[in-house]
Design a protein around this ligand. Structure first.
Ligand SMILES: *Cc1c(COP(=O)(O)O)cnc(C)c1O
Length: 505
């Protein structure tokens, strides 16, 4: 069997499109005009110095060739609209189109942040209603919608932690972070000026309570806990974690980027969390990825409310809404105006359309889908932690590594099967990690295709690991030097060398 072919017909996207220059042949054009029947004009008299004299090596192609070329290229960027996107710790879920429509409604889309509050009551009402919904979902007391992403929410949250401790006389020195935390957590703590102290996980993949007890002292400002953590495991003793921190005046920060595993089931405010962020672009209907705008609201317990970024939306006695700028203890503004309001609209439309039951169902489906994949692949791939999976499952390449095929190889081979790779080599506490998050979006049929592909790759590793180790075979370029591609991108085609723009190794 040629290696570029896959065993099962699960290909979604063809990535083998040539350069437009390669399609060029002299004399072809994308336009056809009747003979000139008006006086000829010298364009340089109209354009002056603007006229481009040298057109360089422009490709000469027909209109349909241009259209097809760019339409095909547009499918290279693997997207949730093309097929499953199993990246873990990322939540690439499908978001209903209707939320896009709502966010583009004229009155909403054309609102301007410099409009007086008097004529921005609708926008303020959206902000207030979404805030109330998120407080209900999280069980927290107060919230800001300003931060533009999850990591930005962490930063904002820790600024508030710092301000809280400073108001009590000392900012404290350390932030504790478990080894199963998301990578942004230690980065955030360092940016806010804290020393990061690593906390070991136990055999179940959860915070080790005795270690926490030993490490907790009056120098610790907070513990940043990703929950469910990056093993896809719910921290079952989180209430004890909170008690241990609170006993010494520390705060519990919950990284709630993965709230899509908890919405409608449990509320962080009920198990002792003091401050947390949400990722609207993971849990509440905003397209995720591509560098587009995100939103990372931060919800806090009452004691932290004075430190919220300003302005804070408030209800006035006459029932209208306004921004309150008079917040002497505020950590200040963390985002221009009041954050990425387009995300608020999508999130609110999504929450209202689903209602409490719909949101709960979404959570249950996300968890069910992850466990369906886990059950089907357990035994074929190694399962390093046996604790119940929430929204994602972390497997490892332990079995396949014996034949030399590592997590990256298996992930690359998935491309030949028409799937986006899963998250490789993360979390760090699992050697050869394969982290898979299907989300609630996927049907049983789609999950079965993915499972078939994974099983088929495992068989390939067994029979002829080389096919997997040299994948992908169906793409125009194969293993890229990712560092060089990021640091020294070649963005211009050089006609002399006939070299493609991206070099394969
Ligand atoms: C995605 C994620 C983040 C970071 O969110 P961004 O919006 O990408 O900044 C932080 N923590 C966890 C657990 C995440 O999954």
């Amino acid at each position: 069997m040629p290696t570029h072919m896959t065993r099962k017909a699960t290909r979604h996207v063809n990535q083998n499109e040539g350069l437009i220059f390669e399609k060029s042949s002299p004399g072809k054009a994308a336009w056809k005009l009747p003979p000139l029947d008006v006086p000829e004009v010298n364009t340089s008299t109209l354009l002056g110095s603007q006229e481009r004299k040298d057109l360089g090596q422009m490709p000469e192609v027909s209109e349909i060739e241009i259209i097809r070329h760019f339409t095909r290229l547009s499918t290279w960027n693997y997207a949730i609209d093309l097929g499953m996107y199993p990246l873990g710790s990322c939540t690439m879920k499908y978001n209903p189109r209707v939320n896009e429509v709502v966010s583009r409604l004229e009155g909403i889309a054309n609102g301007h942040p410099y409009q007086p509050e008097k004529i921005s009551q609708g926008a303020l009402r959206i902000i207030k209603t979404l805030s109330d919904c998120l407080l209900e979902i999280t069980g927290m007391d107060a919230i800001t919608l300003q931060p533009a992403a999850g990591a930005h929410g962490e930063f904002t949250g820790l600024l508030m932690v710092r301000a809280h401790h400073e108001s009590k006389g000392s900012p404290r020195k350390k932030v504790l972070i478990p080894d199963s935390a998301h990578g942004t957590n230690p980065a955030t703590a360092a940016m806010v000026g804290y020393a990061v102290e690593n906390l070991k996980s136990n055999a179940k993949g959860m915070v080790d309570i005795p270690s926490l007890q030993a490490q907790m002292n009056e120098d610790v400002a907070a513990l940043m806990l990703t929950n469910p953590n990056t093993l896809g495991v719910f921290e079952q003793e989180i209430h004890k974690v909170a008690d241990i921190l609170h006993a010494k005046g520390g705060l519990l920060y919950m990284d709630g980027a993965n709230m899509n595993a908890l919405v409608g089931k449990v509320r962080p405010g009920d198990f002792g969390v003091d401050v947390m962020h949400l990722n609207l672009h993971k849990t509440f209907s905003t397209p995720h990825g591509g560098g587009g705008p995100g939103s990372g609201p931060v919800a806090v317990r009452r004691a932290l409310e004075p430190f919220l970024p300003k302005p804070v939306p408030v209800s006035k006695p006459d029932g209208t809404l306004a921004f309150d700028y008079d917040r002497p203890q505020s950590v200040g503004r963390v985002r221009s105006f009041y954050g990425n309001s387009g995300m608020f609209i999508r999130a609110l439309a999504y929450i209202l359309a689903n209602g409490p039951d719909g949101l709960r169902q979404t959570t249950e489906d996300a968890v069910l889908n992850a466990n369906y994949i886990r059950k089907a692949l357990e035994g074929i791939f190694d399962l390093p932690y046996s604790s119940p999976s929430m929204h994602e499952v972390v497997l490892s390449d332990k079995v396949q590594a014996k034949k030399g095929a590592r997590t990256m190889d298996i992930a690359k081979r998935l491309i030949d099967y028409g799937f986006h790779p899963y998250t490789t080599a993360f979390p760090l506490i699992v050697p050869g990690a394969m982290m898979i998050e299907p989300t609630e979006s996927e049907s049983k049929e789609e999950l079965d295709l993915f499972i078939e592909a994974m099983k088929s790759i495992a068989e390939e590793v067994h029979e002829d690991a080389e096919v997997v180790k040299t994948a992908p075979h169906s793409t125009r370029v194969t293993r890229l030097d990712e560092t060089a591609a990021a640091r020294k991108p070649i963005l211009r085609w050089k006609p002399e060398s006939q070299e493609p723009t991206a070099k394969s190794q």
